[in-house]
Design a protein around this ligand. Structure first.
Ligand code: GLU
Length: 303
């Protein structure tokens, strides 16, 4: 299989795509990203990495960071984490507050905003935000084998200024006794984790610990890897998780910056980036591109 030429074909198709979706505009730093950007990278377990398009341009990973904090949280707290957050798809948008009231402040899963806030809050307890963010960056840098991965302070600052909804989610959980730190502290840490910037190459490399296979970095136990992949499949694309599973057949986690991390277990870690989003807040061309890649390679967890 000639992966490089598959990626070249996909990048050429995406460059010509007329409908690129709508770039997130809730903060100026994301609104100003060029909608024409498209990058894709496929990292094999042994670290070989093939790329096409804008795969060396750094973008805001946003909610893709939730995968890394979940890995840290499971490592630190184990199954205790599940007292604070569920494992069911929400069927609602990423920032919905609706279910949180109905379900007594326990978010449905770790990948909607409320759930990610609960995860960040859980690993923040007893630590300074700086300490935790340093640990998170080291985790990402180690799995990517690349020290040149940073947090964009301007993005984090902007998220804070426009963070009313996330603050509301945090306050709501606090009211239900499901927050250990002050809402400002948990949200501030969460905004910084979302503001991590990575290129497609770096993100694909960083995801190899979830792909496993010969030569992949061993960051967490194989059982936890399988479980994170299960959650990515069922909850990784908010209320479009079913559609992503149907079209792509692989676990994936999207972010509002237009990035998606996709795992082909035992085979590869894939990162794709195109900033235009579909109506569910997932990268429009990113989704299409990984659908094409799955078709061309035959990679699927469904046989
Ligand atoms: N920082 C974004 C928020 O909390 C992340 C959402 C996303 O990437 O889907 O609103």
């Amino acid at each position: 299989m000639d992966l490089q030429s598959i990626l070249n074909d996909i990048a050429a198709e995406m460059a010509a795509a007329p409908d690129r979706g709508k770039v997130a505009d809730y903060i100026p730093e994301l609104a100003s990203v060029d909608a024409k950007r498209f990058g894709i990278a496929v990292a094999l377990p042994d670290g070989r990495c093939m790329t096409a398009g804008d795969a060396e341009v750094a973008f805001s990973i946003q909610s893709v960071s939730k995968v890394f904090t979940l890995a840290l949280a499971l490592g630190r707290l184990g199954d205790q984490l599940w007292a604070r957050v569920g494992r069911e798809p929400s069927g609602l948008p990423f920032n919905s507050i609706l279910q949180l009231e109905q379900e007594n402040g326990i978010p449905r899963n770790p990948f909607i905003n409320a759930g990610a806030l609960a995860v960040t809050d859980a690993i923040l307890a007893g630590h300074q935000p700086k300490e935790l963010l340093g640990e998170l960056l080291r985790f990402v840098q180690t799995s990517a084998e690349d020290a040149d991965i940073h947090i964009n302070e301007a993005v984090a600052q902007s998220e804070t200024e426009h963070g009313d909804r996330n603050m509301a989610l945090a306050h709501f959980m606090a009211a239900h006794g499901n927050l250990s730190n002050r809402p400002e502290l948990t949200c501030g840490t969460y905004f910084h984790q979302c503001a991590i910037e990575m290129t497609c190459r770096q993100l694909a490399m960083a995801g190899r610990f979830l792909a496993g296979g010969h030569g992949a970095p061993h960051m967490i136990s194989p059982q936890r890897v399988r479980r994170i992949n299960a959650l990515m499949l069922t909850c990784g694309h908010y209320d479009a998780s079913g559609d992503f599973a149907y079209r792509v057949g692989l676990p994936g986690k999207s972010g509002v910056g237009g990035g998606i991390l996709v795992i082909a277990p035992g085979r590869a870690s894939i990162a794709v980036w195109s900033p235009g989003l579909n109506r569910h807040g997932n990268s429009q061309l990113g989704t299409l591109a990984v659908e094409r890649l799955a078709q061309a390679t035959g990679w699927s967890i469904f046989g």
